[in-house]
Write a protein that binds this ligand. Structure first.
Ligand code: ADP
Ligand code: AMP
Length: 212
């Protein structure tokens, strides 16, 4: 059989990709914000990119994305992966400074990969991830955080009914991804239950180890 001739769009020797996983409301976005300040990452949230695309005039995927988000379901992987690849290309073209010279870059990809096909597909065709940070906490903590966030987020999926569906999707589709990266020795599991500061200290230590 012929060998695969696919090679990733970005060279992992130059472009560092860290996937950031955890259940809905685990604190991924919050912690990414902190890590951006310390390490000069570009933070790309799959959910934010999908919401932006959903609201873009003339998008052919707007209705599809809206339906998936309302149901707490995974948006088809080709759409999500293309949005991420485009955003990476754009950032690499425009950004300069520490960690961003001569084609180098560093990305936190938040809420991705949420499903095995995304994990294998992105690693193989876009960029091989260096590390996977997993913020682990209980459903009880996540539910409480999401319901608090719901008061101000304006997000259509921050409601009790959709939160239950999001937890189910996470357990059924994303947990296998986390298990997979654990077997690959790429998982940094962080206890996400403490204060924002406490969790940040643990996550920063994992990133520092990668860059050391
Ligand atoms: P995710 O991106 O994983 O969905 P967020 O970062 O948006 O989660 O966090 C969900 C909510 O919980 C937000 O309102 C955020 O301010 C809050 N939050 C995040 N981390 C913590 C924490 N360690 N302790 C308490 N609240 C937190
Ligand atoms: P988030 O902003 O991470 O809470 O994601 C909100 C919603 O966007 C999810 O419930 C999914 O419907 C969709 N979504 C986010 N990330 C992905 C992804 N990697 N693949 C497919 N759909 C996603």
């Amino acid at each position: 059989m012929a060998e695969s001739t696919l090679s990733p769009v970005f060279d992992a020797q130059k472009v560092t990709v860290i996937y950031v996983l955890g259940g809905p409301g685990a604190g991924k976005g919050t912690q990414c914000g902190r890590l951006v300040e310390t390490f000069g990452f570009c933070h790309l949230s799959a959910g934010d990119l999908l919401r932006e695309e959903q609201n873009r005039d003339g998008s052919e995927y707007g209705e599809l994305i809206r339906g998936c988000i309302q149901e707490g379901a995974i948006v088809p992987s080709t759409v999500t992966m293309k949005l991420l690849e485009n955003a990476m290309t754009e950032e690499l073209e425009k950004r300069t400074g520490d960690g961003w010279t001569d084609g180098e870059g560093r990305f936190l990809i938040d809420g991705f990969p949420r499903k095995m096909d995304q994990a294998l597909g992105f690693d193989e065709t876009v960029c091989l991830a260096a590390l996977v940070i997993f913020f682990n906490t209980s459903e009880e903590v996540m539910r409480e955080r999401l319901l608090k966030r719901a008061k101000t987020s304006g997000r259509e999926d921050d409601n009790v009914e959709t939160i239950i569906k999001r937890f189910r999707t996470y357990n059924e589709q994303t947990m296998p991804v986390i298990e997979y990266y654990k077997t690959q020795g790429k998982l940094a599991e962080i206890n996400g239950t403490g204060s924002i500061e406490e969790v940040n200290r643990l996550a920063s230590a994992a990133v520092r180890e990668l860059f050391s």
